[in-house]
Design a protein around this ligand. Structure first.
Ligand code: MRU
Length: 352
């Protein structure tokens, strides 16, 4: 099977730099940026040159490895970890990846640390591709069933970009879609534009086009109307953090899609690699929601769309209660968006 990957991140064989696609330049230009230090990696994440939970995690892992190349001391390790973990607060993959690399190297001799960190970052990147592919195969069964029962092409709504661009390959919400497309099951994707950063219109359309998947762009508010018009068979989204009880924190607007899906009996799933599950949090209420700059709302594309000085709250994410979702698609299978659903698939994390 050909992997739908867009070389979002390429680690050099000399282990001294990583090259990323600058996602702030898409869809106008496909430009790459070289990251040669932890500071470069931190900047790329903060500026959203790389974004999407799994890709943020992998970039931070390489950032930590780059820091250790310069200085493998405990103090440098702690400083780079602190710098990188503070770049964005919501996607748990960031902390997960940094903690994993730190745990791998902290007991090693200083001389061995940089190489071991790089090898661990490579493993995180490779596992992401495999995880998304596995998750995609479970999600594919949902699409297959809908193609048999309902109609063809299967009409799928997605929000934001939980695509190949947000990962090292396949994407999460898009993995079942790409596998269906490869299996010649006709699908059509409704892409929600995703104000204010427009990850849907700038990124998801770009990668669906690159892979030849039929799609149509709609404004965010159209999702509910399309569901009411019975034009959507399935809603597939990603996640930045899923809590123990199955609540899903994802791009702002996901909750509204879930309310509409629930009201219209449209099945809706979040695609959730286990790296996105925060077993330390009991409920979505505890997730720290990133608030971003007012300028993203007031001046999209550099042009002002509100009177100067207008007060803005720019929440980057929202929380969808698990009860509104049909289920979660993980690399181990599909489960209810609940504590018992998740613990059934991941018994090693069950309480008690
Ligand atoms: O602000 P972003 O672009 O990093 O937000 C991305 C999302 O909300 C994605 O849906 C999520 O990270 C899952 S990516 C596979």
């Amino acid at each position: 099977v050909k992997i739908p990957e867009l070389q979002t991140l390429r680690a050099s064989s000399a282990r001294d730099r990583v090259e990323i696609v600058d996602q702030t330049r898409l869809p106008h230009a496909r430009e790459t940026v070289v990251l040669a230090s932890a500071a470069d990696a931190a900047h790329a994440i903060r500026a959203m040159q790389v974004r999407g939970a799994p890709l943020i995690g992998a970039t931070a892992a390489y950032g930590l490895a780059l820091a250790l190349r310069e200085d493998p001391s405990d103090a440098a390790l702690a400083a780079a970890h602190a710098l990188l973990v503070a770049t964005r607060p919501t996607a748990v993959n960031l902390r997960w990846a940094l903690d994993r690399v730190r745990a791998r190297v902290s007991h090693l001799d200083l001389a061995a640390r940089a190489d071991a960190a790089w090898t661990e970052a490579d493993a995180i990147a490779a596992e992401d591709v495999a995880t998304n592919h596995a998750l995609g195969k479970h999600g594919l069964r949902l699409i297959q069933r809908l193609a048999e029962e309902r109609r063809s092409p299967v009409q799928i709504l997605t929000h934001c970009n939980a695509g190949a661009l947000a990962t090292l390959g396949w994407g999460t919400a898009t993995a079942p879609i790409y596998l269906a497309h490869i299996a010649r099951i006709p699908v059509h994707v409704w892409v929600s534009e995703t104000r204010p950063r427009l990850q849907g219109s700038r990124l998801t359309t770009w990668e669906l086009r690159a892979h030849g998947v039929p799609h149509t762009l709609v404004v965010d508010a159209a999702g509910a109307a399309l569901m009411r018009q019975r034009r959507i068979d399935l809603v597939l989204v990603g996640a930045d953090r899923v809590t123990r009880n199955g609540d899903v924190c994802n791009k702002i607007g996901t909750y509204a899609k879930a309310l509409a899906a629930h009201d219209n009996d449209v099945p809706m799933y979040a695609a959730v690699p286990s790296t996105t599950i925060d077993w330390a949090l009991d409920s979505g209420d505890a997730v720290l929601i990133e608030e971003r700059d007012a300028g993203e709302v007031l001046n999209p594309g550099g042009e002002s769309i509100a009177p100067a000085g207008t007060s803005v709250v720019n929440l980057a994410f929202d929380v969808t209660p698990g009860r509104l979702l049909t289920g979660l698609i993980t690399e181990r299978g599909i489960c209810a968006a609940s504590a018992s659903g998740l613990e059934g698939l991941f018994p090693e994390h069950a309480h008690g």
